[in-house]
Ligand binder design. Structure first.
Ligand SMILES: NC(=O)c1ccc[n+]([C@@H]2O[C@H](COP(=O)([O-])OP(=O)(O)OC[C@H]3O[C@@H](n4cnc5c(N)ncnc54)[C@H](O)[C@@H]3O)[C@@H](O)[C@H]2O)c1
Length: 292
C-alpha cells in the first residue's frame, strides 16, 4: 500500500527534528520544507528550502507532489516576535499553506498552535508564586472551551491560524486539528530544567534561587517530552473523526499542568507517558550542550 505523503513545514526546527528523529519517518513518505537548511538525518528525504510567505515558491511544492497531510510547524515561534515576523511567517505563511492545501486536495492539516493563545490566564496570576499557581487543583484547567486570551502578537497570529483552519473546515473538504503546544525542547535539553539551566548559563540567576525555581516550576507545568509529542503526532496522522476541526493541548502528563490533556487522550486514544514532576535534576542538565 502506498505510504501517506506528509509535508512537514518548519522541518529544521525543534519540533520538526523531534519528528524526523522518531520512527514516524519510516512509516510515511515525508517531504520537508523550511526557510533554513535541513538538519542532520533528513538527507534521504525530499527537501524544499522555501519561504512560506512566497506564494509561487510554495505552490511549486504542491504542483510537484501529491500531498495527503500537512503538518504545519513552520513560522516564527518566539513569543516576542515582531509584527513583521508574525505577519509574514505566521499569517501570510499559514494563509498560503491553507489555500494551497484546499486547492490541491490535502485531506488533513495538523497545525502547531501555542499555549500563548491563552497566555493571559498565566499572566493574571503572575504575582502568586508558581508553586501555588500550578499545584492549585481547585483552579479550573484551561481547556479548549476557555476563552482565547493571547498574550502577544505571536499568540494573536496563531489564533489567526486556528480561525483560518476552522473556516476552511466548515467551507471546504478538509480536516484541521490544532495543537496548542506547551513546551517541546531540543534533543539535548529534553527535560523540565531546560529554561532554568538556560537562565543560569545566561547569568540571569543561580541554580536554586527564586528565579531558577520559577523557571523550573513553569516548565514542569508546560513541558512536553519529545516522545510524547511524536506519539501525539502519530495519533493525529491516523485520526479519523466526524469532527473536522478540533483543538488539543499538547503537554506531558505533568502533575503541575494547568492545561487539559484528558480530552486529547480520550479523543486520540493517546497514552501520554511522561510527567515532569518525576524527573529529578541531573548534573548533565547543567552542561551547555544545546547544539541540536
Ligand atoms: N517548541 C515549542 O515548545 C512550541 C511551543 C508552542 C508552539 N510551538 C509552535 O510549533 C512550531 C514549531 O516550533 P519549534 O519549537 O520547532 O520552532 P523553531 O523556531 O525551532 O522552528 C520553526 C521553523 O520554522 C522555520 N520558518 C520560520 N519562518 C519560516 C518561513 N517563512 N518559511 C519557511 N520556514 C520558516 C524556521 O526556520 C524554523 O526551522 C512553531 O510554529 C511554534 O510556534 C512550539
Amino acid at each position: 500500500m502506498k505510504k501517506k505523503s506528509i509535508l512537514l513545514t518548519g522541518s529544521s526546527g525543534i519540533c520538526g527534528s523531534a519528528i524526523s528523529d522518531s520512527l514516524l519517518i519510516e512509516s510515511y513518505d515525508f517531504l520537508f520544507l523550511d526557510i533554513a537548511d535541513p538538519i542532520p538525518g533528513q538527507d534521504d528525504h525530499s527537501y524544499y528550502k522555501t519561504d512560506l510567505s512566497k506564494t509561487d515558491e510554495i505552490e511549486k511544492v504542491f504542483i510537484d507532489n501529491d500531498i495527503d497531510i500537512v503538518i504545519h510547524l513552520g513560522g516564527s515561534s518566539d513569543r516576542d516576535s515582531s509584527w513583521d515576523a508574525v505577519l509574514n511567517n505566521n499569517i501570510i505563511g499559514t494563509y498560503n499553506l491553507m489555500d494551497l492545501s484546499v486547492r490541491y486536495g490535502v485531506k488533513k492539516v495538523i497545525f502547531a498552535s501555542t499555549n500563548h493563545v491563552v497566555g493571559m490566564y498565566e499572566e493574571d496570576d503572575k504575582d502568586a508564586s508558581y508553586e501555588s499557581l500550578f499545584l492549585n487543583r481547585d483552579k479550573k484547567m484551561v481547556d479548549r472551551h476557555s476563552e482565547s486570551r493571547p498574550d502577544s502578537l505571536y499568540g494573536v497570529s496563531k489564533l489567526f491560524g486556528e480561525n483560518l483552519c476552522r473556516y476552511y473546515t466548515e467551507k471546504f473538504d478538509i480536516d484541521c486539528y490544532m495543537l496548542r503546544i506547551g513546551s517541546v525542547r531540543e534533543k539535548s535539553g529534553d527535560h523540565p530544567y531546560n529554561y532554568a539551566e538556560a537562565g543560569v548559563r545566561r547569568g540571569d540567576f543561580v541554580r536554586g534561587d527564586e528565579g531558577y525555581k520559577e523557571q523550573e516550576l513553569r516548565l514542569k507545568s508546560i513541558w512536553m517530552s519529545r516522545d510524547d509529542f511524536t506519539k501525539m503526532i502519530a495519533k493525529l496522522i491516523e485520526y479519523k473523526s466526524s469532527e473536522r476541526f478540533d483543538i488539543f493541548y499538547a503537554i506531558s502528563k505533568n502533575d503541575r499542568r494547568s492545561f487539559d490533556i484528558e480530552y486529547a487522550e480520550k479523543k486520540l486514544d493517546l497514552d501520554l507517558q511522561d510527567n515532569a514532576e518525576k524527573m529529578v535534576w541531573k548534573s548533565e542538565y547543567g552542561l551547555n550542550n544545546n547544539q541540536d
